[in-house]
Write a protein that binds this ligand. Structure first.
Ligand code: G3H
Length: 318
């Protein structure tokens, strides 16, 4: 990863001045969806790029050491080796960016990756994911435990109650404490945009999370009824751009929740390229949080290589 965002003192004046032009945001989101017209011969390269940006995720009540182990193996070899060979990519070390699990499964994931001789980072959701409705003490303890178990990235959820009631100072203080508890582990702050009400609130919460030292801002937990949408992404990446222009610090972006198709992954890459530039097209500044996207990407790559579509059972678990 690149230099970390150290954060900055809370600038409430900046936060209070924020206004978002909804019509302009919606129009831009429409445009970007229309721009995703990569030439066919480049599509496989773009799809492989998307693979390398995936936080391959399982966040289910029935997660076990067994399915976490399978997830880790898939993360280290996300695309069938015969397909990679056909594209002359077999020696390029194509993996996903990370695996993402609940705190109680971090040790399983670390063990599985270590046994496979992989240095892939384990990310863990924490701070009372997904609702964040536990005491601050409990949420901080959860971060520390996940780090102790070997998580190198922590996806915290912000306190939506504070954001919805405009208590930005209190939200800033909490996120600063989470950052401290993360230590060397990189921190992604989940805004849960589906519960923030307005684009203006999304922009303000993005700013406050970055001021408090987030390495990434992330749209959603995947558990809200509205998750990663393109308009909300426009709002968040513009907050990232404004924060960079003002402070010189680069913050990453992670859309997550409901991203299922290869086609969507290409739109997300287009959005990052057009709004933030090429540097935000790599895993140190861009992640796709997804539990069931990889299978479709692998099928599209199979189609590119063979000219036929594979049945899902022809691909190992994704
Ligand atoms: O952070 C990742 C999300 O929870 C994944 O959501 P998903 O299961 O809808 O892909």
């Amino acid at each position: 990863m690149s230099a970390r965002n150290p954060g900055m003192p809370l600038d409430l004046q900046w936060v209070s001045k924020v206004r978002v032009n909804t019509q302009a945001v919606l129009k831009r989101a429409q445009q970007i969806q229309g721009h995703n017209k990569n030439k066919k011969q480049w599509q496989a390269a773009w799809l492989l790029r998307a693979v390398t940006c995936i936080d391959l995720t399982t966040l289910a009540g029935d997660d076990t050491p067994g399915n976490v182990h399978r997830l880790c193996m898939k993360a280290t070899q996300p695309v069938r080796s015969d397909l990679l060979k056909s594209m002359d990519m077999q020696d390029k070390g194509v993996t996903t960016a990370a695996v993402c699990v609940y705190p109680s499964r971090v040790a399983d994931a670390v063990k599985a990756l270590k046994a496979a001789n992989s240095s892939l980072p384990v990310a863990s959701v924490a701070t009372g994911f997904p609702a964040g409705q536990t005491s601050l003490k409990t949420r901080l303890e959860e971060v520390r435990m996940a780090v102790e178990d070997g998580a190198m990235e922590i996806d915290i959820v912000i306190n939506r109650t504070l954001a919805l009631t405009g208590q930005w100072e209190a939200m800033y203080d909490e996120v600063c404490q989470f950052r401290e508890a993360c230590g060397e582990a990189h921190m992604k702050s989940i805004l849960a945009i589906g519960e923030l009400g307005t684009y203006t609130n999304v922009y303000k919460a993005s700013l406050v999370a970055m001021m408090a030292g987030s390495d990434f801002i992330k749209t959603s937990t995947g558990k809200e009824s509205v998750n990663a949408t393109y308009p909300v992404a426009i709002v968040m990446v513009r907050a990232i751009r404004d924060y960079f222009l003002k402070t010189g610090h680069k913050v990453g972006f992670k859309p997550a929740g409901g991203i299922r198709t290869a086609k969507e992954s290409l739109v997300w890459l287009t959005l990052m390229k057009e709004e933030l530039g090429d540097e935000w097209l790599s895993p140190h500044l861009f992640r796709l949080g997804a539990s069931s996207l990889l299978a479709d990407i692998e099928r599209q790559i199979y189609h590119y290589v063979t000219g036929r579509y594979a049945a899902y059972h022809q691909m190992p678990m994704a």
